[in-house]
Write a protein that binds this ligand. Structure first.
Ligand code: PTJ
Length: 256
């Protein structure tokens, strides 16, 4: 079978020895998503902001982000009805990872878009299915609306985010993060900006690049899936959000 990523990388004509190879490869995944119609122009701008923070964080998973990823894995394993929200950028960057994470914690995968069109929803659902998803929620009509939100992001599938107790929201806007938290859900964010409203609001904020965070979370889930409930609760109780955020801000400011 043809590996589309390898085809794209060859087409980029960027030598693997290039010092910015990984970063350029990620950019091209988004540009390809834009050309295919499921990433938006704003998605590219949002990525640029993320890249700037990633640069300041040293383009690595800092210790406090690793702790948040472990706590998030525990929260997802403990959840009764976990859900994972997918937008254009994350569909372009980590489709297989999101599908694998959802399968590992029995979470629902739900498309949720800020710049919503039904065509984009369908394209993203198709990508997730190609990556191995059995079921993708959030597409088309029949959605509920999360109170307090005017944008298309208020949409919530009655079988997914609407009834979820724990929800993972990678690259999210602050309004929806706040509305989900107000609706009583445990919000896990992935956002490279430690100062964003989403990061500040989330119960478990992961300040890391989604391309690293998702595989790291899968590893934690694999290690902890046989753990007793009480052991998972201890991981969760041991997570200190304020310390995690002050550590991330300190790394951005001072590099350590
Ligand atoms: O596909 P849609 O229509 O739902 O639109 C998606 C975007 C990303 C355009 C939309 O959600 C948006 O406008 O997001 P914001 O409000 O710009 O927030 C994006 C946040 O994600 C910013 O704080 C960025 O720093 C952060 N970010 C960008 N790229 C990454 C990232 N965080 C983690 N990993 C990344 N690769």
């Amino acid at each position: 079978m043809i590996d589309i990523r390898q085809v794209l990388i060859k087409r980029m004509k960027i030598p693997k020895t290039h010092p910015r190879y990984e970063s350029l490869k990620v950019r091209h995944m988004l540009v390809d998503g834009l050309k295919a119609g499921y990433v938006t122009e704003s998605g590219l701008i949002a990525h640029g902001r993320g890249e700037a923070f990633d640069y300041l964080l040293g383009e690595r998973t800092i210790a406090s982000a690793a702790a948040a990823e472990k706590a998030a894995a525990a929260a997802l394993l403990l959840a009764k009805r976990p859900a994972i929200s997918v937008n254009g950028n994350t569909a372009a960057l980590v489709p297989e990872g999101l599908v694998a994470l959802a399968a590992a914690v029995s979470a629902k995968l739900e498309v949720n878009l800020f710049y919503r069109t039904e065509e984009r929803e369908k394209l993203i659902a198709r990508i997730l299915k190609k990556a191995g998803a059995d079921m993708v929620l959030g597409v088309g009509e029949g959605m509920k609306r999360i109170p307090g939100l005017d944008s298309a992001r208020a949409r919530a599938d009655p079988e997914g985010i609407w009834v979820s107790d724990v929800v993972l929201i990678p690259l999210e806007d602050g309004d929806r993060a706040e509305a989900l938290a107000k609706a009583g859900k445990v919000v896990i964010s992935i956002d490279l900006n430690p100062l964003s409203r989403t990061t500040q609001i989330a119960a478990i904020p992961i300040v890391d690049n989604v391309v690293r965070a998702v595989p790291n979370m899968i590893q934690h889930v694999e290690k902890m899936k046989v753990a007793e409930k009480v052991a998972l609760e201890m991981v969760l109780d041991g997570f200190d959000k304020e310390r995690c955020l002050s550590d991330a801000v300190s790394v951005v400011r001072k590099g350590v």
